[in-house]
Design a protein. Structure first.
Length: 322
C-alpha cells in the first residue's frame, strides 16, 4: 500500500500494488506463486493493506495533533493494526464462517512469525537465503518459489538496493556519499528514460494503426516522465549535510535505503502498468494512460520528500571520529 504523506496536497492518490507473475518465470514458478496467492489469501491481504487496514489507517494521519506523530511511526503499531484487522474482520463475520478464510488468516499470521525468526537468523546466526527458503516452506507452508522470495525479503534495505543497482555501496563511507548519491540518481533517471522509450514505442503502434487521437495521452506521459527524470538527475542534497564529514548511524541509513528502494520499486510498478497498456485494436488507452500519469505524479511527489527524509536521517549524525 503506497499512501500519500500527511502534508501531500497534489499527489493525493493511494496505490494498492499487487505482484503479478514475472515474464522470466517458468510455468512451475508461476503456478506456485498463484497457488499461494489464492482468493482467500488475497481477501486477507486486501483487508490488511486497504480496508480497514493500512489505507484507512493512513487516512487518519492528517488528523494527528503533532508534527512528530505525523512524520514518524512505530512499525509495531502500524503493522499491528493491519494484523489485528485481519483477525477482527473474521471474528465480526467476514467470510461467513468459511474455513478457507480462517485458514488463510492463520497462515498469514504464521508467515509473520517465520519472517521474524528468519530475519534474525539471516543477519545474526549465519542462515543462508537457501536455508531461509527451506524454513519458510517447512514452517510457514509456503510454496517453494514463494519461500525463496520470502527469504530474500529478509535482507536489509541496503542489500536489496544493491541487487537492484549494480555496484551500489551505500552511504556509510562518507568519502563516497556524493558518488553513491549520483549513482542512485543516474540509475533512476536512466530507468525513466527507458520507460519513456517504451511509452514512445507504444505510441508508435497506435500511430501506425491510424489512431492519432491516442497521441495526446502519450505526449502528456512523455512530458511527465521527462520532468521527473530531470528533477531526479539534478537534485542537490548538499544543504542537507549528507556529504559532510559526519558519522551516520546504521539505523538512520536503513531508513534512507528503505525510502530509496521504495522509489526503485515504484518505477518497476510503473513499468508493469506501461507494459499492460492496451494495444491498437483493443480498449481505449486513455483511462490506462491517466492512471499512469497519476502514478508518475505520485512518484514525483514522493521524490520531493527525499530531502526531508535525508534531513531526518542527518539529525542523528555525529562528527567524524565521535
Amino acid at each position: 500500500m503506497d499512501s500519500p504523506g500527511p502534508y501531500e496536497t497534489k499527489a493525493t492518490e493511494a496505490f494498492y500494488y499487487v505482484t503479478p507473475p514475472e515474464k522470466s518465470w517458468d510455468a512451475k514458478h508461476v503456478e506456485e506463486h498463484l497457488r499461494l496467492y489464492n482468493a482467500p489469501v488475497m481477501d486477507l491481504i486486501t483487508i490488511h493493506e486497504a480496508f480497514p487496514g493500512h489505507f484507512v489507517q493512513f487516512l487518519y494521519v492528517k488528523q494527528f495533533p503533532t508534527k512528530t506523530r505525523k512524520l514518524t511511526f512505530s512499525s509495531s503499531n502500524v503493522e499491528g493494526w493491519a494484523h489485528y484487522t485481519e483477525q477482527m474482520m473474521i471474528e465480526e463475520g467476514f467470510g461467513g464462517g468459511d474455513p478457507k478464510i480462517r485458514l488463510a488468516q492463520l497462515e498469514e499470521a504464521l508467515l509473520r512469525d517465520c519472517r521474524y525468526i528468519a530475519g534474525i537468523k539471516l543477519h545474526t546466526q549465519g542462515m543462508t537465503v537457501e536455508d531461509g527458503a527451506k524454513f519458510f516452506v517447512e514452517k510457514a507452508f509456503q510454496e517453494p518459489a514463494n519461500g525463496y522470495e520470502e527469504a530474500r525479503g529478509q535482507r536489509n534495505w541496503l542489500e536489496r538496493l544493491g541487487e537492484k543497482i549494480p555496484g551500489y555501496r551505500g552511504f556509510q563511507d562518507r568519502e563516497l556519499r556524493r558518488d553513491v548519491d549520483r549513482q542512485l540518481r543516474e540509475h533512476l533517471a536512466a530507468e525513466l528514460g527507458r520507460l519513456k522509450g517504451l511509452s514512445r514505442d507504444r505510441a508508435r503502434g497506435w500511430v501506425d494503426a491510424g489512431k492519432i487521437g491516442a497521441l495526446n495521452g502519450f505526449d502528456r506521459l512523455d512530458r511527465q516522465l521527462d520532468g521527473l527524470s530531470q528533477a531526479i538527475r539534478f537534485s542537490d542534497y548538499g544543504a542537507t549535510g549528507l556529504f559532510d564529514p559526519v558519522k551516520i548511524g546504521e539505523a538512520e541509513l536503513q531508513r534512507l535505503y528503505e525510502f530509496d528502494l521504495s522509489v526503485v520499486d515504484d518505477l518497476a510498478a510503473l513499468e508493469a502498468e506501461l507494459a499492460a497498456l492496451p494495444t491498437p485494436g483493443g480498449d481505449d488507452p486513455a483511462p490506462a494512460l491517466d492512471r499512469l500519469l497519476q502514478g508518475v505524479r505520485a512518484l514525483d511527489g514522493k521524490w520531493r520528500q527525499r530531502e526531508q527524509v535525508i534531513g531526518n536521517v542527518m539529525q542523528g549524525a555525529q562528527p567524524a571520529g565521535a
